[in-house]
Design a protein around this ligand. Sequence first.
Ligand SMILES: *Cc1c(COP(=O)(O)O)cnc(C)c1O
Length: 394
Amino acid sequence: MKPADIRTRAVHAGREDLADLGVHAAPIDLSTTYPSRDSRAEALRLDGFGSGEWDGGLPVYGRVSNPTVERFERALADLEGLPAAVSFASGMAAISAALLAVLSGGRRHVVAIRPLYGTTDHLLGSGLLGTEVSWADPEGVRRALRPDTGLVFVETPANPTLAEVDLADIAAQAGDVPLLVDNTFATPVLQQPARQGAAMVLHSATKFLGGHGDVMGGVIACGDEQAALLRRIRFATGGVLHPLAGYLLLRGLSTLPLRIGAASATAAVLADRLREHPGVRAVHYPGHQQGRPSDQMASGGALVAFEVDGDPHRVISAVRLITPAVSLGSVDTLIQHPASISHQIVDPEQRRACGISDRLLRLSVGLEAPDDLWSDLDQALDQALDQAGNAAAG
Ligand SMILES: *Cc1c(COP(=O)(O)O)cnc(C)c1O
């Protein structure tokens, strides 16, 4: 019997065989190669790997498969409610593999909704891998489809504005074209896009899945056929997840529901207090936006975006407890200025057009006490406001 509650599955998925193995922690297998005395049998298996089929037998070579990494993949697939998952060295390696999969299917057109993570925007917009993008509004996805469209790509909530799109509606517009959802911000704890019809669910595992700011990885949960293609691409291009990263990500998953629950509760408190601060013009927090699909996300999540009146750079330099750094999803709270850091690479005009104002700050809430975080934010916002006031007076 499979337990339904995600808190239970987060602790047990990928570890089903441990008691029978007589171990408690998942074994870490660092082997790059695996001995075999039967080369004829290996040859047959390698034929299979070349086409992305993995027979689940003994490993052969570290770029083909790794038992520790496979535990993480099984667990993440379970949490996302999809048959399989394929992991990569980083979120961008996963996104690259998804685009190469489009190309290998003989298509090259991708429909995407802005905003997206800055480097994803860059990879799609630059056509670096040979794909071509059409940027669509959430209502205009169907109109943007072409006969050679191989993928619809969305993030919800989006990095960094936390704008939400209605996934069931996007999936309906996409029709037969696979919908890929970057679920990095919500995590499977708050949202499982497969329920709304996403064919592929992607994570920068570097963020909440690892959860402690000390491991990079990416992963795509999907159907078995798509997984075979992604494994084949990974096998041929080499962007594999390191086994130690696989171990840390599996361990991270076990506390994911607790971490997301605590951080989201604090984020909701901070969003309310930010709304009251005289130095804050606007707060963007999921659930407070109009037109939010009500059953899509279980809570507002652990990120808050807000626009300040004063100099946003001043806020970044004034925080003392909060870590002034890019990235998100760690146990400590991080703040960054998207226009100059995470989305610096996006054309400034396009950036502003999709809601990334130069005054926007993005806060990734961690596990500290809400009052301590608020004291720090409050004094940093006051400093920025004072400076703005002095500048106006002088
Ligand atoms: C960070 C991030 C990525 C890229 O992931 P890396 O692990 O840094 O390569 C992709 N999408 C979103 C939403 C992100 O926040």
